[in-house]
Design a protein around this ligand. Structure first.
Ligand SMILES: [Zn+2]
Length: 84
């Protein structure tokens, strides 16, 4: 059994992704074709507590801003694909 975290895929913005992210996505696509998937597990992102966004409070005060969670990229969940 091989366990890994899949890369999250967004259809737009491919060119702005880092090489590392691109490589992870391509590996995920290859694994999806080559191996038999046992099951897929989803768990809420720990970084944003499943919100998909992070609230940023400026240290200088002022208004709280929201930014897309860098861990789940706003998808709210982390996906693990379990292979046989
Ligand atoms: Zn998150």
């Amino acid at each position: 059994m091989c366990r890994r975290n899949s890369a999250t895929i967004r259809t737009s913005g491919w060119t702005v992704q880092s090489l590392e992210v691109k490589f992870d996505i391509l590996k995920a696509l290859a694994a999806d074709k080559l191996y038999i998937k046992k099951r897929t597990e989803y768990k809420a992102c720990q970084t944003c507590a499943g919100e998909g966004i992070l609230k940023v409070i400026p240290s200088s005060g002022g208004e709280t801003t929201e930014e897309t969670c860098p861990t789940c990229r706003g998808l709210k969940n982390l996906t693990s694909i379990i292979f046989e």
